[in-house]
Design a protein around this ligand. Structure first.
Ligand code: HC1
Ligand code: SF4
Length: 567
């Protein structure tokens, strides 16, 4: 324990704590643009300045540890003037495009300038213009807006182990050989956009297109689908806590926006379990390629195709639940409604930027070459659309999904957490193979934040060995070890974001340190509250097999629910 004074008040902290962390736990505001609790300190922005009695100069709070007896002052004239001066310097290099910027209203620079009443007083410092990079369907890079905080570089290297972004000779983050992002080995995970405090890297937004379509439908039916992880995060955009369950309000908001139908991606998560579970049992029985890898995370698919193409045969051939839903809407539901496939426009609400990229895959187009998922909005974009339309989210009366593609189980919602696809698959595969339910539905060995989780399930005669890996850097580690022969699993779940989809690059940029834990709890709470918690007990799924597909892995399901990959 270290004792110190903070703006004249006594306080305590543990040894080694930085001044910045100590201030934040004591509710004393410290400005910063380059610091983020999930990344190593950068010492770039020079805003977290404080006075201490240990030196006559101002200290950076992010990289100075609290010392015993230290006196820290954060609000002196000297500190405030220095912060204002440094903010004005950053502003002098920053394009003044706030009103049209994707990050307007969620920009950390804008917030600080407002909070400190900074006047844009310095002459504009002209930087050489950098062409904007629109190459990726997932992300837009406008490095003219970069404030050189390097959070994107750290997110890409430290968190994701991808090293696509490095610091260029002019101090601006660059791609390898300055190539357009989409032509690099970038997997479109969006971690860089999630950590960018300004509008230099943002999701490639389709808010305008969807907004226009909602206003003028031109005879089309607008069919929305919502991913598992969106329902425990969107609340944060409307002043509620991470993990607060907003399923009904989200559906109601989408209806208020003018959607004709709201289906649940969770329905096709249940369908995925039926197809993927059957595929696994088939591979085990008939000597197919093992370990089998899950295929619902599009960043992971990009990673296999770009880094580990020799493992493409290991990927399950199942489309992701997003892909399955869009295929069903265009090829099954539209026909039943007497509509042409092109008149059922699918808008997918996802926590993920890579889902925008997935939607463009050639393999996921109709026979006429139409994209089956027409638009993908991230959770952040949906929140923006709701705000733009003045819908009062918090006071909305809850609404239900449309059926039949809106019915789901507890097994489907846990897809949003790391380990969830595995847990859901085990609940079903165990019962199908052994004709009795798993002893416990809450299969804890695959839950939690450990980077690589392993478990062995007694599958009556065979020990089924499974693993769950999340966060791209851990995936690289796993794949290296798999290549070295250190691992021997039957089935492995991969998600490129920490925590799984709840940590997706398109989720709200929460300010609390424990937002992932809270979202994870929210997801498990939804599962606990369901009476039906196994995918094979979803009545609407049973019906679609009886009336349309016949059985899992049937000819029809291969055609509409499975895919192949780019090698
Ligand atoms: Fe996911 Fe999935 S769980 S990939 O993490 O399999 O994005 O939420 O929608 O498709 O269902 C994301 C989440 C999502 C798919 C499902
Ligand atoms: Fe790196 Fe992911 Fe950003 Fe691509 S999307 S540059 S892999 S952080």
């Amino acid at each position: 324990i270290v004792k110190f004074t903070l703006n004249g008040h006594f306080a305590e902290t543990t040894k080694g704590t930085t001044i910045l962390e100590a201030c934040r736990t004591n509710d004393v505001f410290i400005p910063s643009l380059c610091y983020h609790p999930n990344l190593s300190p950068n010492e770039e922005c020079n805003l977290c300045l404080v006075e201490t009695d240990k030196t006559s100069k101002l200290s950076r709070a992010c990289s100075t540890a609290v010392q015993e007896g230290m006196s820290i002052v954060t609000n002196s004239e000297n500190v405030l003037n220095s912060v204002k001066h440094n903010l004005a310097m950053i502003l002098s290099e920053h394009p003044k495009e706030c009103t049209s910027c994707e990050s307007n209203n969620r920009c950390e620079l804008q917030d600080l300038v407002y909070r400190y009443g900074v006047i844009d007083k310095f002459p504009r410092k002209q930087r050489e213009y950098i062409p904007k990079d629109y190459s990726s369907p997932s992300l837009i890079r406008d490095m003219n807006k970069c404030i050189k905080c390097y959070r994107c570089v750290k997110a890409c290297s430290e968190l994701q182990g991808m090293d696509i972004l490095t610091i260029g000779p002019d101090g601006i983050p660059m791609t390898p050989k300055n190539k357009e992002l989409y032509t690099t080995k970038c997997i479109n995970c969006g971690a860089c956009s999630f950590y960018c405090p300004v509008g230099a890297i943002t999701e490639n937004s389709q808010v305008r297109e969807v907004s226009n379509l909602l206003k003028n439908k031109e005879g089309k039916s607008l069919v929305f689908q919502t991913a598992p992880a969106t329902r425990v995060a969107i609340s944060e955009e409307f002043g509620m806590e991470p993990g607060d369950i907003s399923t009904g309000k989200m559906v109601a908001a989408i209806r208020k926006l003018g959607a004709d139908v709201v289906f649940d991606t969770n329905f096709t998560a249940d369908l995925t379990i039926m197809e993927e579970g059957s595929e696994l049992l088939d591979r085990i029985k008939n000597g197919g390629t093992l370990p089998m890898f899950t295929s619902c995370c599009p960043g992971w698919i990009n990673m296999v195709e770009k880094f580990y193409p020799e493992f493409i045969p290991n990927l399950s051939s199942c489309r992701s639940p997003q892909g399955m839903m869009s295929s069903l809407v265009k090829n099954y539901w539209a026909e039943r409604m007497g509509m042409k496939p092109e008149d059922a426009v699918v808008v997918s609400i996802m926590p993920c930027t890579a889902k925008k990229d997935e939607a463009c895959r050639d393999q996921l187009k109709t026979e006429q070459g139409l994209q089956e998922t027409d638009y993908v909005l991230t959770t952040r974009e949906l929140a923006k659309l709701i705000k733009l339309n003045n819908v009062k989210f918090a006071s909305l009366k809850e609404s239900e999904y449309n059926n039949p593609l809106g019915e789901s189980t507890g097994a489907a919602v846990i897809f949003g957490n790391t380990g969830g696809v595995m847990e859901a698959a085990l609940r079903t595969a165990y019962e199908i193979a052994l004709e009795k339910p798993m002893p416990t539905l809450n299969y804890t060995p695959v839950r939690g934040f450990q980077g690589i989780k392993e478990a062995t399930v007694d599958f009556g005669g065979i020990d089924l060995k499974v693993a769950v890996v999340h966060q791209a850097s851990n995936i690289h580690d796993y794949m290296q070890k798999l290549k070295n022969g250190d691992f021997m699993h039957h089935f492995v779940e991969f998600m490129i974001c920490k925590g799984g989809c709840i940590g997706g690059g398109g989720e709200p940029k929460s300010k609390t340190g424990d937002y992932l834990e809270k979202r994870m709890k929210g997801i498990y709470k939804i599962d606990d509250n369901f009476t039906v918690r196994k995918s094979h007990e979803n009545q609407a799924v049973k019906k679609i097999y009886e009336q349309f597909f016949g059985h899992p892995l049937s000819h029809k399901s291969h055609h509409l629910l499975h895919t192949h990959y780019n090698d």
